[in-house]
Ligand binder design. Structure first.
Ligand SMILES: Nc1ncnc2c1ncn2[C@@H]1O[C@H](COP(=O)(O)OP(=O)(O)OP(=O)(O)O)[C@@H](O)[C@H]1O
Ligand SMILES: [Mg+2]
Length: 259
């Protein structure tokens, strides 16, 4: 399963990414998770003790030069279009509960920056992991829609839009969906998060129009507490573990049905 987790800022993308990575691992799969948000916090969410000590890939200058054949920041120059990236997870991932976690880092946006060697290396790595059948892939994306237009995640099995009860998160979800369809993504699915009651469920069902919902996660104070205490969200509560298990089952059913 190859998933990109997206949605409005603060809806729970990173929390959901961590929960999904653990659920796939518990099902016996090999899992790679990549923090693709420049404002990275996936490691912290997974309970990694000193996330600030992990240098993002785009800041590993020797690696960029080794793989791309040019120094980081080079623009307009010639660098490798198909760098060898298969060894990067083994060499640079942090292992948390058997899940390999990579931090992409802040990639320059727009204009010439998009074609710098750092961006190209991250794109090549994600493209490789998207076709690598040996492991599941969970991509914790940055908020909003802008990253989608770069096309890196076009071949995910599903784009998972996290939505919380509230108009703004729904508006972003609809924009993400529209852009994803324009870009030719195969499957767009949505997950309701921070659900407090039946009213929230009804609101999201109605607001998401024709976007397929794969379930709902409760608002759970243990998630907040785990986050604040630096403990892994995946072991924060039994109700959340069960809820994410049901979500994984629904995602598998939907993606199998559509393939
Ligand atoms: N189901 C939940 N129950 C309670 N709190 C939650 C739940 N999901 C997420 N949170 C809390 O909401 C906040 C935002 O979550 P998270 O960082 O996962 O969102 P995000 O979409 O990744 O944010 P950003 O856009 O900043 O990357 C965090 O404090 C997190 O602990
Ligand atoms: Mg996040």
């Amino acid at each position: 399963m190859k998933l990109a987790v997206t949605g409005k800022g603060g809806v729970g993308k990173t929390t959901v990414s961590a929960l999904l990575a653990h659920a796939f691992k518990s099902a016996g799969h090999s899992v790679v998770a990549i923090d693709c948000d420049p404002d990275s916090n996936l490691l912290a969410c997974m309970g990694y003790p000193h996330p600030e000590n992990v240098k993002p890939l785009v800041e590993l200058h020797a690696l960029i030069e080794e793989k791309m054949g040019v120094k980081p920041g080079t623009t307009g120059g010639m660098f490798r279009l198909n760098p060898f990236v298969e060894d990067i997870p083994d060499r640079y991932a942090v292992e948390i509960d058997g899940i390999r976690v990579l931090v992409a880092g802040a990639v320059k946006k727009g204009g010439a920056g998009c074609y710098c060697p750092e961006n190209s290396l991250i794109r090549a790595l994600i493209s490789h992991l998207l076709v690598d059948e040996k492991s599941d892939l969970v991509l914790d994306m940055e908020a909003g829609v802008e990253h989608l237009s770069r096309g890196t995640i076009r071949t995910v099995d599903a784009l998972l839009i996290v939505v919380e009860p509230g108009l703004r998160s729904v508006e972003t979800a609809i924009r993400v969906r529209d852009l994803a369809i324009d870009l030719g993504l195969k499957r767009v699915i949505a997950l309701g998060n921070k659900i407090q009651n039946e009213y929230d469920v009804g609101f999201i069902r109605k607001a998401m129009q024709d976007i397929e919902l794969v379930g709902f996660l409760p608002f759970d104070v243990h998630i907040r507490e785990a986050e604040i205490a630096g403990r892994p969200v995946a072991s924060a509560s039994e109700q959340m573990r069960k809820a994410i298990h049901d979500v994984v089952t629904a995602i598998e059913a939907k993606t199998a049905k559509l393939s």
